[in-house]
Design a protein around this ligand. Structure first.
Ligand SMILES: *Cc1c(COP(=O)(O)O)cnc(C)c1O
Length: 359
């Protein structure tokens, strides 16, 4: 019996290279793009283990849960880690980063998360990139939750390592990710004797065995399903236009905030300018119970309680991908209103006008 997902021919090197080019176009980057066949934590760990080593000092900017993970990897690599943590309901500022760099001239690696889907904040990467570039450190950005949801310009912003995943605003599968790698980053990796080689975490393997040999022969059998899905998601974004896709996410965030305010719900991230377009986080008491009731009213609403300690105080509205749409925002607000025993009317009207003003 034939099956649409089975018995696929191997993906050709040519197709693989053209999908890489599609990612490079999405990021408007002229740097090398390596597609990594695994969830985005694979290239994030690969970047840190390739760039950090005993004797290096890293500034790890913690604005949400992923920053904590990066700190663990950096320390495990033997790097000295300077943590710059800010409350998860705000953004870090370029001034704070500049102060941290000035206080530790030896910093040679900076890790930052662009947007945090888990906590709903987003950081001013363009401004931070400027101070990191002036200092001269290698700059790694986790853009998994921002790619497709808001402007992302690694070359213009001086990002040396920009990691994306397909599973958030791009609307793709979780099993494939990518990283753009600057010349400076490649040089640093190749000078690092501890950088992974002949390893699933190795980015240098891909450079030496794939990129430097002209992208003619793939070193391993590629993950066809994920690659085909990534290609489809790049095509779909190109067809809609990247700026329309990001505008849709910004409108969804504005509409959700406006509607929630009418329900008497405060945003978790107080300043709208610091709120990520990928997902809106809300301060709700007994959040887990509220989400359970809301999902009982509408099982399709993209609502979740916060993770870990935030489970009792935060509701996440995951309006990303195809869920960055006014009907989905309206459904989410209606379900939340039902859970709170409120009438949704004014919230829906506020969401409609915020959407119209933003879109
Ligand atoms: C979603 C996300 C990832 C990927 O991690 P998952 O645990 O698979 O969700 C990495 N970084 C950021 C900032 C994310 O939002």
């Amino acid at each position: 019996m034939t099956h649409p997902l089975l018995d696929l021919p191997p993906l050709t090197a040519e197709r693989f290279a053209s999908i890489e080019q599609g990612v490079a176009d999405l990021l408007a980057t002229r740097q090398d793009v390596v597609i990594t066949q695994g969830e985005a934590l694979l290239p994030l760990e690969g970047c840190i283990r390739s760039g950090a080593r005993p004797g290096s000092t890293a500034l790890n900017i913690v604005t949400g849960p992923y920053g904590t993970t990066f700190g663990t990897w950096l320390r495990h690599c033997g790097a000295t880690v300077v943590d710059l943590a800010v409350p998860f309901d705000t953004a870090v500022t370029a001034q704070q980063v500049a102060r941290a760099l000035a206080g530790h001239p030896e910093i040679d690696f900076v890790s930052l998360v662009h947007a945090e889907a888990a906590t709903g904040n987003t950081n001013p990467v363009a401004e931070i990139g400027e101070v990191v570039r002036a200092h001269g450190a290698l700059f790694m950005l986790d853009a998994v939750a921002s790619a497709g949801a808001e402007p992302l310009l690694p070359d213009a912003w001086g990002v040396d390592l920009c990691v994306i995943g397909a599973q958030k605003a791009m609307g793709g599968p979780a099993g494939v990710s990518a990283v753009s790698v600057s010349e400076r980053a490649w040089a640093r990796f190749s000078q690092n004797p501890a950088a992974p080689r002949r390893s699933y975490l190795s980015l240098l393997d891909w450079k030496e065995r794939w990129i430097d040999s002209g992208r003619h022969t793939l070193p391993h059998a590629p993950a066809q399903l994920e690659m085909l899905a990534l290609d489809a998601c790049l095509d779909r974004i190109a067809a809609e236009g990247l700026s329309s896709v990001t505008a849709r996410h910004a409108a969804a965030a504005a509409a959700t905030r406006a509607g929630a305010a009418e329900l008497g719900i405060a945003p978790y991230v107080g300043r709208a300018s610091e709120a990520a377009p990928v997902a809106t986080t809300l301060r709700v008491a007994d959040a887990s119970l509220v989400v359970a009731k809301a999902l009982a009213a509408d099982p399709a609403a993209p609502l979740a309680a916060g993770g870990g300690a935030l489970a009792q105080e935060m509701v996440r509205v995951n309006h990303y991908g195809t869920a960055a749409a006014l009907p989905v925002v309206r459904a989410s607000l209606t379900a939340l209103a039902a859970a709170l025993g409120a009438e949704p009317g004014t919230a829906l009207a506020a969401a409609d006008s915020a959407w119209a003003a933003a879109a």
